[in-house]
Each structure stands twice: as structure tokens, then as C-alpha cells.
Design a protein around this ligand. Structure first.
Ligand code: SAM
Ligand code: SF4
Ligand code: SF4
Length: 332
């Protein structure tokens, strides 16, 4: 079984299918940095679905169990169900992360193609806060409708991701828990992370999950439950009366590098072994040229066995000054 330098397997591949997005979330793609001047990847540089499939098949040979389609906004990539169809025969768990704005229109097609489940990012129930955070005009109502569509077509369990920023949306935490209580939708609160170089991250804007939970316990009676797998990034809590589950992801205050089994593939074919990596491994030449899959398998195997990343556990002034890839480029 393939492992990296810290004994971690390659079990989870996040595939970015585009670096474009119809939102400009302040914490991910601030408009002043991702405006008309920004050089997005040329679309002709995107891996084709056949090429993405090739990478997934190679990773599967090395122990891959899960695939997550992401971006940018993955639902902006035309004909996405075609990719899902190709991957669905490989006996993997296939999930997708989306901002939800286009989900109502796509849920049926994605489900029919074989997608297993979706995670929808939703940082606020209040429209003004949502509009401010995402710098978009999309209505919260349409995202909630997208979530309903996902449930309708069996893309379950639906998870909702909320990035919590101090002074911006902490008032929304209780509202989100209340809104989804009793619905089987699992809301997860993520600590604001220092990904990329454009969001002006400061530690003071992070609300540690422990503080958030203390706050929530005043209104709800939450009980911790065991993770399903050790590689699960969220700590799980349930309402004591059986009305549902929530999660917290403590990427900053309690990092989980020791169990990190995730690789990321950018839309243009670079493999990244850490969210905070300063660079990726360009697989394009091998993907394009190798007739047999074995060359690609050997290349990925060599990259993974040299993997030494533990950024979040080592987060310090020295490594935080290093160059970093944007989240919208390699996928969240
Ligand atoms: N556009 C899709 C979406 O928003 O769901 C998929 C891509 S987005 C980069 C994936 C996830 O990364 C989202 O849930 C988003 O909230 C999260 N994210 C982006 N920037 C982040 C940051 N600085 N800290 C924590 N999470 C972040
Ligand atoms: Fe777009 Fe997702 Fe980034 Fe928001 S978090 S800007 S929706 S890619
Ligand atoms: Fe994985 Fe890198 Fe995040 Fe650590 S910092 S959990 S190695 S992606």
C-alpha cells in the first residue's frame, strides 16, 4: 500500500474542474484581486474529462477511495455530468462542492450521472450578510432551493459548509443550526484559513471551534459523537433530542495533517499534495503523452512517496511567508 513520508495513504482526490467562479467571496476570490485584469487559466489548458478520468484510474490503482469535484465553481464547467458518468463506474465515493447558486438546475442530471452527494457552501441565512461575504447577487433562497433539489434527487447526506469570520458572520452560526435542525442536512463550521495570498487573512479573524461550540451549547444541547473514519476532518456533534448533526472543522486551532490523505488536482493538470503547497507537480506531459497508464501511476507514486507536507501543524511566521496557491486554483 502506497504511503507518504508520514505513513499517510492517498485516499481522497479533490479535482478542480475550473478556476472560474460566479461569486467573489471575500475570503477566497476578493474582487479587487480577481477582477477583469486577473489572468484565469486559458480554457484550452483544462484537462479534458478523459484526461481527468485517466488520473483517477491511476490513483485508484494506488488506493484511492473518494473523489470530490470542486473549483472555482464546478457547476460552471459545461457538461459536468459527462465527467461524473465516466467516474461513476470506478466504484468510488463521488462528491461535489458547490456554492449552490446553480444547483437547482443541475441536481437531477448530476444524480442521474452517478454523483453520490453534495456539499453546499452557505455562510449566512441573512441575505445582506451573504451578499457581502460572497460579493454576489445570488439569493439565499435560491441556494436553499438548490439544497432542496439535492435532497429531492438523493444527493445525500447534504452537507452545508459555513466559513466563520469574526465580526462578519458569527451571528449566522445559531441561525444556520436552527434552520437545518430536523432536516438531515449537516451544517459544518469551518475556521477561516490562511489559504492563498489574496484574502488578507489575520489570525484575529478566526473563531476557534472550541469557542464556537461553547457559544452554541448555550442554545442547544449538543453531544459529541465518533468520527466515521480517522481521516474525517470534521468533529461531529448531535442534538441530544435526535434532531440532527452539526460539525466543526478546526483547520487552524487543531490541525489534522497527521491524518491528511488528500491530494488535489488543478483544472490544468497539476497535482498538489497540500492545500498550502507553493507549487504543484505538472502531470500534463505524462497525461497527454503516455499511452499506457503505468507511467502515470509511477509518476503519482513517486510524488506521493516523497510527500512531507504538514503545513497547518507547522504554521508559523516562517512558513506563512512562503508563496502559496489560491484555493480557487487548486480547489477547496
Ligand atoms: N465554489 C465552490 C464552493 O464555494 O463551494 C467550491 C470551491 S470552494 C474553494 C470550496 C470550499 O472552500 C468552500 O466551502 C469555501 O467556503 C472554502 N473556502 C474558501 N476559502 C476559504 C478560506 N479562506 N478558509 C476556509 N474555507 C475556505
Ligand atoms: Fe467561488 Fe467557492 Fe471561492 Fe466562493 S469559495 S469565491 S464560491 S470558489
Ligand atoms: Fe493536509 Fe496540508 Fe491541510 Fe495539513 S495543511 S491537513 S497536509 S492539506
Amino acid at each position: 500500500m502506497l504511503t507518504d513520508k508520514h505513513g499517510r495513504k492517498l485516499q481522497d482526490l479533490r479535482i478542480s474542474v475550473t478556476d472560474r467562479c460566479n461569486f467573489r467571496c471575500r475570503y477566497c476570490m476578493p474582487r479587487e484581486k480577481f477582477g477583469a485584469e486577473h489572468a484565469f487559466m486559458p480554457r484550452r489548458a483544462f484537462l479534458s474529462f478523459e484526461e481527468i478520468e485517466k488520473v483517477v484510474v491511476a490513483c485508484k490503482e494506488l488506493g484511492l477511495e473518494k473523489v470530490r469535484i470542486t473549483g472555482g465553481e464546478p457547476l460552471l464547467r459545461p457538461n459536468l455530468p459527462e465527467l461524473i458518468k465516466r467516474l461513476s463506474v470506478l466504484d468510488l465515493d463521488i462528491a461535489l462542492t458547490t456554492n449552490g447558486s446553480l444547483l437547482r438546475n443541475h441536481a437531477k442530471g448530476l444524480a442521474e450521472a452517478g454523483l453520490n452527494r453534495v456539499t453546499v457552501s452557505l455562510d449566512a441565512i441573512d441575505q445582506d450578510i451573504h451578499s457581502k461575504m460572497t460579493d454576489s447577487k445570488t439569493s439565499v433562497e435560491s441556494i436553499l432551493d438548490g439544497i432542496d433539489a439535492a435532497i429531492e434527487f438523493g444527493l445525500t447526506p447534504v452537507k452545508v459548509n459555513c466559513v466563520v469570520q469574526k465580526g462578519i458572520n458569527e451571528t449566522q452560526v445559531k441561525k444556520l443550526v436552527e434552520h437545518f435542525r430536523g432536516t438531515e442536512v449537516i451544517v459544518r463550521f469551518i475556521e477561516y484559513m490562511d489559504v492563498g495570498r489574496t484574502n488578507g487573512w489575520m489570525l484575529g479573524q478566526v473563531i476557534p471551534s472550541a469557542d464556537l461550540l461553547k457559544h452554541l451549547q448555550k442554545d442547544f444541547n449538543l453531544i459529541p459523537i465518533n468520527p466515521i473514519a480517522t481521516s474525517d476532518v470534521a468533529k461531529r456533534w448531535i442534538h441530544s433530542d435526535g434532531t440532527g448533526e452539526i460539525g466543526v472543522i478546526s483547520s487552524v486551532s487543531a490541525p489534522f495533517c497527521g491524518d491528511c490523505v488528500r491530494a488535489r488536482l488543478s483544472a490544468n493538470g497539476h497535482l498538489h499534495t497540500c492545500l498550502f503547497a507553493s507549487g504543484g507537480h505538472d502531470l500534463r506531459a505524462i497525461i497527454h503523452n503516455s499511452e499506457d497508464i503505468e507511467t502515470l501511476i509511477s509518476a503519482i507514486k513517486a510524488i506521493w512517496s516523497r510527500r512531507d507536507d504538514k503545513y497547518s501543524e507547522l504554521r508559523s511566521s516562517e512558513n506563512s511567508a512562503l508563496p502559496r496557491i489560491e484555493m480557487s486554483y487548486i480547489g477547496g
